[in-house]
Design a binder for this molecule. Structure first.
Ligand code: C2E
Ligand code: MG
Ligand code: MG
Ligand code: MG
Length: 288
């Protein structure tokens, strides 16, 4: 035991970890000016409706290109931004940008088409729903066309105030999606206590075909149905996964098999009738 500890401690001084630390510091520094320098863009990944054979929505995904660091993935910079609080400012940009975009699409969208926006629980506060409502008015966006995705990745979702804040958001008519379902700390109590409309089954369960994953896939759908919620399966990468999820009763699917996250112009083109399915070459060329 003591040997193991010793080894772990020794680990802290390896060059690899030092590199990782300095990259983190670098990301934090570069991130601080990224909003004002306009270094972010949003990609849109279609969410497909198997029953109606059409796109029913899209998830807005943040992209950051930095001159020195190159393209940095959200999985790398979002946790840093959450740690430093920079996510508050970045999240405001995301929300504003997405709403501006939806206002341009508004006349092409029926009321069942939903653009979902990822937010960090850190961004929420008592005045959030009011701010959101003002922004919807300002950009002329219908609340029915908007959803917010929250990840159950930290205990923040157990915050007592959160429930009231989320209820205020739901009252506006904005939908709430519980992201990465099954990977968090307290999936079941979150479902029970918070007013989510949709559960997004995490891609770790759809990605590999195993007995236990199949059980979780089936159980999640049953649970969601019983709670009157819809389920979106994330990370659908192959035809096999697509067919299997469809035959198990999954209606809403998202993943590379259906479409990559697309630059905004490419996604816009999909909103015209008959533009779907998107040929694989186009999907790859348009990836952002
Ligand atoms: P997420 O919200 O669960 O988003 C889905 C992620 O899965 C995206 O990664 C997407 O590109 C990726 N993905 C989509 N289809 C497939 C597939 O078939 N296979 C695989 N392996 N991956 C697929 P991305 O864009 O790198 O974002 C990672 C995470 O960063 C997001 O996970 C979300 O938690 C966070 N994020 C992204 N944009 C924002 C944002 O604007 N605000 C906040 N707070 N977080 C964001
Ligand atoms: Mg998401
Ligand atoms: Mg997530
Ligand atoms: Mg997810």
């Amino acid at each position: 035991q003591s040997k193991l500890n010793g080894r772990n401690r020794y680990h802290l001084f390896t060059p690899h970890l030092m590199e990782e630390q300095s990259r983190k510091v670098h990301i934090r520094q570069r991130l601080s000016r990224a909003v004002e320098l306009n270094k972010f863009t949003l990609a849109y990944q279609p969410i497909y409706d198997v029953c109606e054979n059409r796109i029913r929505g899209a998830e807005a995904l943040l992209r950051w290109h930095d001159e020195e660091l190159g393209q940095v993935a959200p999985s790398e910079f979002v946790p840093v931004a959450e740690e430093t609080g920079q996510i508050v400012n970045i999240g405001k940009w995301v929300l504003k940008q997405a709403l501006k975009q939806v206002s341009q699409w508004q006349e092409k969208l029926d009321h069942t088409f939903t653009i979902s926006i990822n937010i960090s629980p850190i961004q929420l506060h008592a005045g959030f729903s009011n701010d959101l409502s003002q922004m919807l008015k300002k950009y002329g966006v219908s609340a029915a066309n908007i959803a917010l995705e929250l990840t159950e990745s930290c205990n923040v979702l157990n915050n007592q105030d959160l429930r009231y804040w989320l209820e205020d958001i739901a009252k506006l008519g904005v939908k709430l999606y519980l992201d990465d379902f099954g990977t968090g700390y307290s999936s079941l109590s979150v479902l029970h206590n918070l007013p989510f409309h949709v559960v997004k089954l995490d891609k770790s369960f759809t990605g590999t075909d195993s007995e236990s994953n199949r059980t979780i896939i089936a159980a999640t759908l049953a649970l969601a149905k019983a709670l009157n919620m819809a389920v979106i399966a994330e990370g659908v990468e192959t035809e096999n996964q697509y067919t299997s999820l469809q035959s198990q009763g999954y209606r809403y699917l998202q993943g590379y098999y259906l479409s990559r996250p697309l630059r905004q112009e490419c996604f816009s083109a999909l909103l015209s009738p008959g533009a779907y399915p998107l040929p694989a070459e186009v999907s790859e060329k348009c990836e952002l």
